[in-house]
Design a protein around this ligand. Sequence first.
Ligand SMILES: [Zn+2]
Length: 527
Amino acid sequence: MKRKTKSISLPLKFPYFILPPVLTAIFPILSFYSKNISELSLKFLGKPLLYSIAATTVATLFASALIKNKNKASLIVFLLAFIFFSYGHLSQALNSKLFIQLPRGIVLGPDKILLPTTALLSIFLIIKTLRSKKTLAQIISFISVSLLIIVGYLTCTIIKNEYKKKGNSSTTTISLQNKTSVSQETMPDIYYIILDGYARQDILKSIYHYDNSWFVNSLRKMGFYVADAARPNYIHTYISLPSTLNMRYLDDLPQKYGINPVSNIAARQLIYDNEVTRKLRTYGYTIINFASTWEGTNESYQADVTYKSDEYFKVLGRNIALDETTIVFLQTTLLSPFIKEVWFDAIRARTLATLQKLPTVPLLKGKKFTIAHIIPPHPPYVFTAEGNPAPGTELEFSRESTDKYIDQLIFISNQILPVLQKIIKNSPNPPIIILQSDHGPSSLFGRSNEWSKNYSEEGIKERSSILYAVYLPDKNYRQFYDSITPVNSFRIVFNKYFEEDFPLLPDKTFYTDFEKLYEFKDITSIK
Ligand SMILES: [Zn+2]
């Protein structure tokens, strides 16, 4: 019997020419993930990688069949993929530099100039590639090898940091015994409403030259206690909310994870699963969350009921739901001119939906603890004072955008008052309402990359001044005082309505910047 001894050849030769386009699509996704590794889980990578690899492969094979030259097809799709994934970065970098001022106050922003320029440049490069007489094999190998090295390096970094992250995710839970003697009937519904970055009255007057006494007076008329010298315990949402909701300072975070943690997942975990919620759950409360567009208080928050309005991105007439991270990622691509609007729409939609739905919560049966984290007046500035959509171009606090901040602050102040009135009116038993900001604004510190340059005591005062208002069923505010900080809010509530005896903690305020989130500098004396 004759044996088949033919040389073994692979059925298909690896199509090396697809490497440049495919790797160009993989690189930005891994790079985005690596930069945001502290906030993201590996789950994020699946869909974007799958879609991009599929799209670039199909496009390259299709182009290759069309122009009957693999290398030229590869180079053209590589070019298009490169433009697609780098466009958003370029547009962001040129946001304040590239515009043309037309008569009647019309401004042509970066996209209106950048999009046609990019389109013309692409056409030019595609024609050049098509007309090229060279084999282009060398350039294809060069691009492939370079990209393989970069993608390989990124993959190693991600694996290394994922491994580190695992050790960072455990959090302390201080479980306290509940008093069982408290009568269930005396337990009121509790609302914790956060107006992100809402400044204290005196700061609005001195730095913004805006008098919001009409708002504060209305709150007082409704029966609220408003603290005139309130400060947050921490000046970033990431650590301010965990501290408030766990009724304690977070000294254990830098001790365990260092001042510049690879991941802030430990702080986030303290929001998702916090002491106040845990306690109220054992008292039989239903936990309700109005999902914000911010990851600490979005759908990830561990509530029994989550209200959320979906964001959709229209593609070829079809609505495609997008989560916040995908929106942020797509902003770095050629889709950025369209995506920004989706994000702004999302903030508008969620804010309006929350304002509309909040007054109906009292009508639900049973005891409820409701968290509503409302992004305005914090940027992006997506509302005018009258509540019309604003362009939302400013994404951060800055000296240049103080007018827009005040506009959005007027809008939310006007909207929240009737909501509070309705909550009180619709509640069969008077509720507890805590209306607070998590930190003040930072027009003096400026954008996040300018903080160290602009550091000043005035800046500290601005950022560490908050709106602090409380409504209690018996309107007896003996335990509250002007210089109160949120670490004590729920301690007082538990002592007063649940017969707990939490000692009040000293009111301290800590500074941290964006770089070293857990480097707490005591700024209590700067006020
Ligand atoms: Zn905030």
